[in-house]
Design a protein around this ligand. Sequence first.
Ligand code: NAG
Ligand code: NAG
Ligand code: NAG
Ligand code: CU
Length: 322
Amino acid sequence: MRLRHYWFIVCLSNAWIVFEAGHSEKDTNDSSPVECEEGSFMLNTCEERCECKKGKLTSCYRVRKDFTKMTIEDRKRYINTYKLASVHPVVKKDYEKLIALHNTGGNQAKVPEAFLPFHRWFLVEMENVLRRIDCRVTLPYWDWSKNTHHWWRGTGDEDLWNPADHGLGGDGNYTDDNCVEDGAFSKDKWLLLDVSGGGCLRRNFTKDNLLYDIDHVKKTLSLPLEEFEQFEETVRVDYHLLPHNAIGGTMMNPLIAANAPELLLHHSFMDKLWYQWQNKGDEYKNVYFPSVPFKLYGSKYYGREWIDSSNLPGQVKVLYEE
Ligand SMILES: *[C@@H]1O[C@H](CO)[C@@H](O)[C@H](O)[C@H]1NC(C)=O
Ligand SMILES: *[C@@H]1O[C@H](CO)[C@@H](O)[C@H](O)[C@H]1NC(C)=O
Ligand SMILES: *[C@@H]1O[C@H](CO)[C@@H](O)[C@H](O)[C@H]1NC(C)=O
Ligand SMILES: [Cu+2]
């Protein structure tokens, strides 16, 4: 029943968006007057969540969602947009640049001084690329802690690894060098970039329970301020590496992992954990990174510029939906 209720709401808001888009001028921007109730929240034409102030949509947030709770249509849109990025004449170069940068910078980005802010920056850059193709797209997250026992399952509509065009496909074929041969990223439909050595996307699932479940994550998030270093290390080392290794194949090779479509969903979840920790209070938000004196790898930014998800460079605002 709860599920049904949820879908109903989603359908309603989608219907509203279609209606709204249909009645807007093509070049309408979000500062044009709209009919909305002061202080209420509305989606703009890019499906950002905005607040209505004096008849204007302001403070618009990109909403990142749990992949397994998104509508089938939204999941297809994300996957199609992601696949387009690697062939799209306008964004292809920027997409490749980011993958290449992560391939070479992965190691530097794995240190405590950089891991969280570097990946927050990287995710926004990737999201920006996808949004130039379709501005309604945001990066979904994959909360594997909710499904540690059957994390590899792909048979349900809600499963990340579903072989239909609303999933990422499943395990690689052991007798074919671990190439993925089903779903949207099967080797006959999609290949890695040349900067990642080309060829098929590979996976070699280790079908063991993941060690860190919802309760473990809860405990980590409840660590006190003084234990930020413990929090950071748990996310960067334990939570981050486990799915990389359990998925295997492309995800397990740091020199090309950024080219695996699941990397963004996994790192989006890592970013969400930091976001949740930061939302415990201003001191949690600002701990540690303001004192780091060097720039993020391959970026013009310092880590401290990527601390506040509601005020990121480029006027980007991000929120994570449960
Ligand atoms: C957005 O709309 C407002 C009001 O119609 C207009 O004044 C403004 O110039 C527009 N901005 C852009 C970037 O088109
Ligand atoms: C796995 O690869 C082998 C060798 O290429 C092929 O014969 C077989 O059909 C593949 N299995 C699946 C399930 O696609
Ligand atoms: C897949 O991973 C297992 C360990 O989980 C390993 O024994 C096996 O050799 C790997 N297969 C390939 C083809 O890499
Ligand atoms: Cu990673």
